[in-house]
Design a protein around this ligand. Structure first.
Ligand SMILES: *Cc1c(COP(=O)(O)O)cnc(C)c1O
Length: 374
C-alpha cells in the first residue's frame, strides 16, 4: 500500500456504536466495571491509556512500520521518558549538532542523575564507533539534523550501535515517515515531536515513540509513562490523528516549494550557504537518495554579512512568520542562535526556514525583496 492510502486506512476507525466515520474523542478519565467487577474494554483509568490515545498510537506504529507506538504530551516528554528507562551509569551517544533540547535534557536532568553522554560528528563513522563503550545503551541519531540539515547514514550507524550492544534511536521529526522510515533501516526506536509535521497545523504540543519490537524495554517505557504521567490529552491525540490523514500531501507540497526556494537562494549574493538536502551539489546526494524519499521542507541559510544582516533580512519579510517551531502549513523563519541562547553552537548568521503551503512564487518574491533591500 502507498503511504497516503496507509495513512487513511491507519487513522480510520468506525465507531461501532454509531457508525461514525470519524472516531469520537473519549474524554472520560475512568472506566466502569460491570457487576462481575470486570472492565468491558482494556481501559481502567486514562493516565495508563484511553481509546483516543490508543487509536493514535496504533496509527503511528503503522505509519512508521513498528509494532508499538506510545504517544506523549510533547516531544521532550517522549525523549525524557526514554532516557528515564535507562539506569544511572549508562551512556548515550548523540550528534554534535541536532535539536538542542535533547542535549539540554541530558545535561540538565540526566547528567546529575548519573547518565553520561558523548557528542560526536555522526558523519565520522570511526568517531561514532570509538565513542561506543560497554555501558552505551543508546545511539541517538537525528537526520536531517536541526538546524544544519546534516545527513546521517542510518543503516551504518545502526549497525555500529548494534555491534556495540546499543539501541539506535532516530528523531524522525524533520523527515516524517513520508520521506524516511528508520525502522525499515533496522533502527530500534523512532522519536517524533508530533507538534511539527504530524499534527501539521501549529496547534498541538505532542510527542511519540515508535518501537520496532514490543519487548521488555518497550514495556518499561510504557510503564514509566503510565507511572510518571507525561500523557497527551484525548483532544490533542485526536488532532494529531486528523493531521496524519493529510501528512503525505502536505509534506510533498511543502517539499516541492522548499526545493524551489532552496534553488532560488543557492547562489544569491546575500546568501553564503544553503543547507538543503535537495540541492544537486549536496555532498551526501547518494546517501539522501538511498534513505529518503525526498529532501523535505526544512532548510537553513547563512546570510552574507553576519548576525546583524541576518536579523535585518528577517525584519523585512512580510509573508514568513517570524516564529520558532516548524512543520505547520504557514511558513516560519527564525534566527536560531537567538532562540538557543548563549550556549548555542549555531552560526550567528543562520536563518532556519520551515516552508508551508503558500504558493512558491509568493514566498520567493518575499525572500527576494527582503534580500535585495537589505
Ligand atoms: C521540536 C522538536 C523536538 C521537541 O519536541 P516538543 O514537541 O517541542 O517537545 C525534538 N526534536 C526535534 C527535531 C524537534 O524539531
Amino acid at each position: 500500500m502507498h503511504f497516503d492510502t496507509l495513512a487513511l486506512q491507519a487513522t480510520h476507525q468506525q465507531d461501532p456504536a454509531t457508525g461514525a466515520v470519524v472516531p469520537p474523542i473519549h474524554l472520560s478519565t475512568t472506566f466502569e466495571r460491570n457487576e462481575a467487577h470486570e472492565l468491558p474494554g482494556n481501559y481502567l483509568y486514562a493516565r495508563p491509556n484511553n481509546p483516543t490515545r490508543e487509536a493514535l498510537e496504533r496509527s503511528l506504529a503503522t505509519l512508521e512500520g513498528g509494532t508499538t507506538g506510545i504517544a506523549f504530551s510533547s516531544g521532550q516528554a517522549a525523549t525524557m521518558t526514554l532516557f528515564q528507562a535507562l539506569r544511572p551509569g549508562d551512556h548515550v551517544v548523540l550528534a554534535h549538532d541536532g535539536f538542542y533540547g535533547t542535549t539540554s535534557l541530558l545535561e540538565t536532568v540526566f547528567h546529575p542523575w548519573g547518565l553520561t553522554y558523548t557528542r560526536v560528528d555522526m558523519r565520522d563513522i570511526e568517531a561514532v564507533r570509538a565513542s561506543i563503550h560497554e555501558n552505551t545503551r543508546i545511539v541517538w541519531v537525528e537526520t536531517p539534523s536541526n538546524p544544519t540539515l546534516t545527513i546521517v547514514d542510518l543503516l551504518t550507524i545502526t549497525r555500529i550501535a548494534h555491534d556495540g550492544g546499543a539501541l539506535c534511536v532516530c528523531d524522525n521529526t524533520w523527515a516524517t515517515p513520508v520521506l524516511q522510515r528508520p525502522l525499515d533501516l533496522n533502527c530500534d526506536i523512532v522519536m517524533h515531536s508530533t507538534t511539527k509535521y504530524l499534527s501539521g497545523h501549529s496547534d498541538v504540543i505532542g510527542g511519540a515513540l515508535i518501537f520496532r519490537r514490543n519487548d521488555a524495554f518497550t514495556q518499561r517505557v510504557r510503564q514509566l509513562q503510565s507511572i510518571s504521567g507525561a500523557v497527551p490529552s484525548p483532544f490533542d491525540c485526536w488532532l494529531v490523528m486528523r493531521g496524519l490523514k493529510t501528512l503525505g500531501v502536505r509534506v510533498r507540497a511543502q517539499t516541492a516549494t522548499a526545493q524551489a526556494i532552496a534553488e532560488f537562494l543557492d547562489g544569491h549574493p546575500m546568501v553564503e550557504q544553503v543547507n538543503y538536502p535537495g540541492l544537486a551539489n549536496h555532498p551526501d546526494r547518494q546517501l539522501i537518495k538511498q534513505q529518503m524519499n525526498g529532501p523535505g521542507a526544512m532548510l537553513s541559510v547563512h546570510i552574507t554579512g553576519g548576525a546583524e544582516e541576518a536579523l535585518r533580512v528577517l525584519s523585512r519579510l512580510r509573508l514568513f512568520r517570524r516564529a520558532t517551531s516548524l512543520g505547520g502549513v504557514e511558513s516560519l523563519i527564525e534566527h536560531r542562535a537567538s532562540v538557543e541562547g548563549p550556549t548555542t553552537t549555531t552560526p550567528a548568521n543562520l536563518l532556519r526556514l520551515s516552508i508551508g503551503l503558500e504558493h512558491p512564487d509568493d514566498l520567493i518574491m518575499d525572500l527576494a525583496r527582503a534580500l535585495t533591500s537589505a
